[in-house]
Design a protein. Structure first.
Length: 180
């Protein structure tokens, strides 16, 4: 009968090792879960703080829209906000140019771009602007700057005479048929 007890002890030892492994894995997962919960809480608090700050800004800068909870739930089924309304904040970082506005109304990176274009002797390309605003002449930086240039054209800060060539905007008067 000794061999039966030995076999039971061997199986018990194997089961004990497996339990210890699973307990260690559970402890690791519990730690990761706690870290993820803390990160989620920090993001929630940050979102709420930013929403409060933007809501206090002038209406031209921040537009606040209330979205029904069902639309949010459809967008993100596992949302922590199910059954409640959320405030969606839209921020217009590059305002449309209006008479009397200076480049100081723009965020720093856009202001730098407008100043470089204004200082240039003629039309400039995105790849010429990138080093002048302190960025490395890499494809990603050039494309990002090109997107900003296009946004500045859309909002009336710059003109794009030929594709990819940017100049300071020639603002038209209200009497002009092509006014902005």
């Amino acid at each position: 009968m000794g061999s039966l007890f030995e076999e039971l002890e061997a199986r018990e030892a194997t089961a004990r090792v497996r339990v210890e492994e699973l307990e260690a894995e559970l402890a690791g997962l519990s730690g990761r879960l706690e870290e993820a919960q803390k990160a989620l809480e920090r993001l929630r608090i940050t979102r709420e703080t930013v929403a409060e700050m933007l809501a206090e800004l002038a209406p031209e800068v921040a537009a606040v829209t209330v979205v029904p909870a069902q639309a949010v739930a459809d967008e993100r089924a596992a949302s922590a906000y199910a059954g409640a309304e959320r405030r969606v904040i839209e921020v217009l970082t590059v305002p449309k140019w209006q008479p009397g506005m200076g480049a100081d109304a723009l965020p720093r990176e856009y202001r730098d771009i407008v100043e470089v274009v204004a200082d240039a002797p003629g039309p400039v390309r995105a790849k010429q602007i990138v080093p002048r605003i302190g960025l490395p002449a890499e494809t990603g930086k050039i494309e990002g700057t090109r997107a900003k240039l296009k946004r500045l054209v859309e909002r009336g800060w710059l003109d794009e005479g030929a594709p990819g060539l940017f100049t300071p905007a020639r603002h038209r008067t209200a009497a002009s048929p092509n006014s902005l």
